[in-house]
Each structure stands twice: as structure tokens, then as C-alpha cells.
Design a protein around this ligand. Structure first.
Ligand code: 5GP
Length: 183
């Protein structure tokens, strides 16, 4: 449902926050940073499902790294609009990352719990290096002090949907990013 640029999902109202053009500009910038840092290398991108799939598709193309690989992993920590505080791995890693340069691609870093858990799990598999790229970073929500290596946008601690990010599985296909409207 849409009214005055607002959208309603599951009874909650959201207002426009980041337009697709702004997102594209920042994704291109991050892609160029990764291309510069990994020139001549064959990194493996690890897309964190489900929220990062839209960002990952645009980011890996923006890097232009023709010999990079992409694989997928799934963690879950959110129910509705807030973190449960526990991080569950739902789908594991199918590729061997030993000796590889890994770049994790995530939609959003909120408390940082998912990021820290993932990096800890991956390091057990002896990759050559692990770096972390995120579309959105909410430093004020951090419970871990974790800071991603590549950040498209730093935002305040408000609930966001669109461009891959969901509300209980909905709204991932919205091309722009919306923020929850406060009462
Ligand atoms: P963290 O472990 O850093 O608290 O949260 C990571 C996960 O929580 C993200 O991958 C994402 O699935 C979910 N998440 C955190 N903040 C938001 C938000 O503002 N909107 C949505 N849709 N999901 C969020």
C-alpha cells in the first residue's frame, strides 16, 4: 500500500530514506575500493542470505573482478523489527575457503553480533584473509565495537526496509530504502 510516498507493510508505516540513485552511487564507490584493494587477486565473496542478495548482486558487478567467486551463507538473528540477541546459522558454507581471501557481504550491521559470530566461524577454516562489506552500518547500536572494512552508508539506529532488507520476509523487492515512521 502506498500513500504520499509512505508505504505500509504489516501495518507499519515507512517513509523514504535512501533513493535507488544514491544507493547505486555508494555501491559503485565501495565496488571501486574493493577492486583497488584486490587487484590481481581472486577473492571469494560470501553473500549473507537473505538480506544481502540485492546488494551483493550490484556490488560484485561494481568490482569488475572477473576471477572472483561468489558463495552463500545464512544466519538469522532478527524477528520482526528487533534483534533476538542470539545468532543462528541456518545454511552453511559449501565452498572450501582455506587459503582464500574472503569478503563477507552483509546487508546491515546493527549490534554486530552476527558479524562477529560469522568471522569467528570462518576463521576456523583458515582463510588467507577475511574482510567485511556492508550496505548499512548502525554504529550507535553496536554491542561489539565491530567496524566493517567497507561501508556504503552509516545510519542512525532505526529500522530500515527495501533493497533486500525485510520486515518478516516482506519488502525485499522495493528498489529504494525506507525507514520506519516514528509516532
Ligand atoms: P546484528 O547481528 O548486527 O544485530 O544484525 C544483523 C542482522 O539483523 C542483519 O543481517 C539483518 O538481517 C537484521 N537487521 C538489523 N537491523 C535491521 C534493520 O534495520 N532492518 C532490517 N530489515 N533488518 C535488520
Amino acid at each position: 500500500m502506498q500513500k504520499d510516498n509512505q508505504i505500509v507493510v504489516d501495518g507499519l508505516t515507512f517513509i523514504p530514506y535512501l533513493k535507488r540513485e544514491e544507493i547505486a552511487t555508494q555501491v559503485e564507490r565501495v565496488g571501486k575500493e574493493i577492486a583497488r584493494d584486490y587487484e590481481g587477486k581472486q577473492p571469494i565473496f560470501l553473500c549473507v542470505l537473505t538480506g544481502a542478495f540485492v546488494f551483493a548482486a550490484d556490488l560484485i558487478r561494481a568490482t569488475g573482478l572477473n576471477e572472483a567467486k561468489i558463495t552463500f551463507i545464512r544466519y538469522k538473528s532478527y524477528e520482526g523489527t528487533s534483534s533476538t540477541g542470539t545468532v543462528k546459522q541456518i545454511i552453511g558454507l559449501s565452498d572450501d575457503i582455506a587459503g582464500r581471501d574472503v569478503i563477507i557481504i552483509e546487508d546491515i550491521v546493527d549490534t554486530g553480533l552476527t558479524a562477529c559470530r560469522m568471522i569467528e566461524d570462518l576463521k576456523k577454516q583458515n582463510p588467507a584473509s577475511v574482510r567485511f562489506a556492508t550496505l548499512l552500518f548502525k554504529p550507535e547500536s553496536s554491542q561489539t565495537g565491530f567496524t566493517p572494512d567497507y561501508i556504503a552508508f552509516t545510519i542512525p539506529p532505526k529500522f530500515i526496509i527495501g533493497y533486500g532488507l525485510d520486515l518478516d520476509g516482506k519488502a525485499r523487492n522495493i528498489p529504494d530504502i525506507y525507514v520506519i515512521k516514528e509516532a
